[in-house]
Design a protein around this ligand. Structure first.
Ligand code: GLN
Length: 300
């Protein structure tokens, strides 16, 4: 397996040169474009890793999965009264349609508007609870957010601020926009490694087994929602193409990470910072396609 992983990384290494590291959040432009790593954890807890699997990077949009997990635990499927479960058509940071009278909620929790509406529904100290949940699932108590990236997101996140305030004005979101945004910027700035992502992914793909409490939702309903929503929106507006080509419920982030949950089989974390025009790791996408073919991972 490790030999195969090395091959897959080497085959796709040159591809990263065709992508661009995210720069619209200034702190992200400092990422090393040459980093490339992968970690796979199977259902028997065997770990296979290769390349820069222990380099830290920020979760960015991958944190949307954790926010959704916690909002579902707190509220059950009532969450979907405020955010939809339909496919992504537009870029992840769009405000488009949010001001149309017939639109009552953002399309899904994997775009920024939907994630903000999801984070709004987390009870108590939102960021502390997100951090605690990730630490528990990854068994890594050192997980935290990166202050520099958080401040950079906060200073430049005008579109996210516009989205949150528009949703409040339209009564899509009831909570105070700046408080929700503060948590959103912090959750995006949480630092993980490819192996942390693989741990979260195996937790989800194994049916979310193992936590003491699920709050308002049972673990099967929780894992089915997460897997379904990752499938329809986890790779932004090319989630359908990715479903056909790789066929694994996945979530990407503009930090260059992809977290992929193969139901009942394995969790995968991939990391390579240069992105395609949609915001997905360009090498990460192809690595997932290649792994899917070699290991027969597609759920379709
Ligand atoms: N923090 C980023 C943003 O809000 C997250 C987006 C992403 O990873 N696609 O723009």
């Amino acid at each position: 397996m490790e030999k195969m992983l090395e091959e897959v990384l080497e085959e796709n290494r040159a591809l990263a040169k065709q992508g661009k590291v995210a720069s619209y959040i200034p702190a992200l432009s400092k990422a090393n474009p040459n980093h490339l790593g992968i970690c796979i954890i199977d259902e028997n807890k065997n770990i296979y890793k290769q390349g820069d699997f222990d380099v830290k990077f920020t979760m960015q949009s991958i944190s949307k999965v954790i926010a959704l997990m916690l909002a579902l635990m707190d509220n059950g499927e009532k969450v979907f009264e405020k955010v939809g479960r339909e496919g992504t058509e537009e870029p992840f940071n769009t405000l488009y349609k949010l001001d149309l009278p017939h639109i009552k909620k953002p399309v899904n929790p994997m775009i920024n508007a939907g994630a903000i509406a999801t984070t709004a529904q987390i009870k108590g100290d939102k960021i502390q609870r997100i951090l605690e949940l990730i630490r528990k699932i990854t068994e890594n108590p050192s997980i935290n957010y990166n202050k520099g990236v958080y401040l950079s997101e906060k200073a430049t996140g005008e579109k996210n601020k516009a989205i949150a305030h528009l949703m409040r004005a339209r009564e899509i979101m009831d909570e105070e926009p700046d408080e929700v945004l503060d948590c959103y910027f912090k959750q995006c700035s949480i630092e993980v490694t490819a192996c942390d992502l693989a741990k979260i992914a195996i937790f989800i793909s194994n049916g979310c087994k193992g936590l003491e409490s699920y709050g308002e939702i049972d673990r099967k309903t929780l894992s089915r929602n997460l897997l379904a929503i990752m499938t329809i929106g986890g790779m932004y507006n090319i989630s359908g193409q990715y479903a056909a080509e790789a066929g694994v419920p996945s979530k990407s982030g503009v930090g260059g990470g992809i977290m992929a949950a193969v139901p009942g089989r394995m969790g995968i974390g991939v990391f390579s910072p240069p992105l395609d025009e949609n915001g997905n790791s360009i090498a990460g996408y192809e690595i997932m396609k290649s792994l899917s073919q070699r290991l027969n991972l597609s759920i379709f």
